[in-house]
Design a protein around this ligand. Structure first.
Ligand code: MG
Ligand code: ZN
Length: 365
């Protein structure tokens, strides 16, 4: 082989590697995604995603994605995951037991992608329609053995490097068994706390905690309005001021609760609302570049099926009848939608904790 041809092959190999994978990580100082936005629709399996296509008024933002994969989500101790071990797999890269928050199966605290981002001079944000201490958001900043320890999770929050938080749950900060007022402690640390409304005029360098309800926020039909897409937009405008980049997690928390309630109307409202937040993230990524957007769920809830309606014993294919097979979670594989630098990595079928590795492979320092 001539030297010139070997050099050509070497060049070709380098080009192939530069699509963002582990080998490149060691070779290149600059990885392509300055920002990562991870949107989690809790309990949103493929059937829940499908409802956006049958009950929504416009083309769902899911249709924008070209890189789509599936993840398998069993925890270490059971067959079917809960939201705590599901989110911990995404946030730390470790599969763990059900109820684990930011700890591995031996209850050892593991660094989360949010903590890594903060350590690498990026800004960080969390948006949820549950309490900020609930399993999914908690798994990104807290390290506790059990998801039910809301007051311990709130205590972890005040030590955590979260620059922007919007959700509910102030009662775990100011109505505690230990009678401490952690909202005051947050304010003493310079965090601007607001328990009434989201504000738009946010100053870069100041940290914000919008805790807009004592526990979870209202459902859409309960009057939550456009909180989720609005808070996502506010977070992005604020975080984008950091030229070192950011990590933002956005959760549509209540898709799961609607599934547990076997309430199709509630579920569809929450999926359509989540889809609006996805649209906000995609608009940002298209405009700004350097942003990896991942949309997925921890697991499916309710065993939802978009069945045909039975009329006098005969299936009527003209009518969709949403039905549920359980009040709990199911074991089905979960779709992953990816857009931006490194998105092609998310094709295929893999484990839930591989999502952490795939995100980290692309996340710039
Ligand atoms: Mg959740
Ligand atoms: Zn659930």
């Amino acid at each position: 082989m001539s030297t010139r041809f070997s050099l050509f092959l070497l060049g070709l190999l380098f080009l192939l590697l530069s699509t963002c994978n582990k080998s490149l990580q060691d070779l290149s100082a600059k990885k392509p995604a300055n920002n990562i936005i991870l949107l989690i629709g809790d309990g949103m399996g493929l059937t829940q995603v499908s409802t956006a296509y049958y009950y929504g008024e416009q083309t769902p933002s899911f249709s924008t994605f070209k890189y789509i994969g599936l993840h398998q989500n069993e925890p270490t101790d059971k067959k079917i995951t809960d939201s705590a071990s599901g989110a911990t797999a995404f946030s730390t890269g470790y599969k763990s037991y059900n109820a684990a928050i930011g700890v591995d199966q031996d209850t050892i605290a593991r660094e989360t992608i949010l903590e890594w981002a903060a350590k690498n001079s990026k800004s960080t944000g969390l948006v949820a329609t549950s309490s900020i201490t609930h399993a999914t958001p908690a798994s990104f900043f807290a390290h506790v053995a059990n998801r039910n320890f809301h007051e311990e999770i709130a205590a972890d929050f005040i030590k955590a490097p979260v620059d922007f938080a919007a959700g509910g749950g102030y009662r775990y900060f100011n109505q505690r068994a230990d009678e401490q007022n952690l909202l005051t402690r947050l304010e003493d640390q310079g965090v601007k706390v607001d328990t009434n409304a989201l504000r738009e005029d946010l100053v870069f360098g100041t940290r914000y905690a919008f805790l807009l309800g004592p526990d979870s926020l209202h459902s859409i039909r309960g009057g939550r309005g456009d909180f989720l897409p609005s808070a996502t937009r506010t977070a992005l405008n604020y975080l984008n001021q950091d030229k070192d980049g950011f990590f933002l997690m956005v959760e549509g928390s209540q898709i799961d609760w609607a599934g547990h309630n076997n309430d199709a109307e509630y579920l569809i409202d929450e999926v359509l609302d989540f889809d609006k937040a996805v649209a906000v993230a995609l608009d940002f990524a298209k405009k700004e570049g350097n942003t990896l957007v991942i949309v997925t769920a921890d697991h499916e809830t309710g065993g939802l099926s978009l069945s045909s309606q039975k009329v006098f014993g005969v299936s009527d294919y003209g009518i969709i009848n949403p039905t549920f097979s359980t009040g709990g979670h199911s074991a089905s594989l979960i779709p992953v939608f990816a857009y931006g630098p490194g998105a092609e990595q998310f094709m295929g079928i893999y484990q839930n904790n591989d999502i952490f590795t795939k995100m980290m492979n692309c996340f710039s320092k």
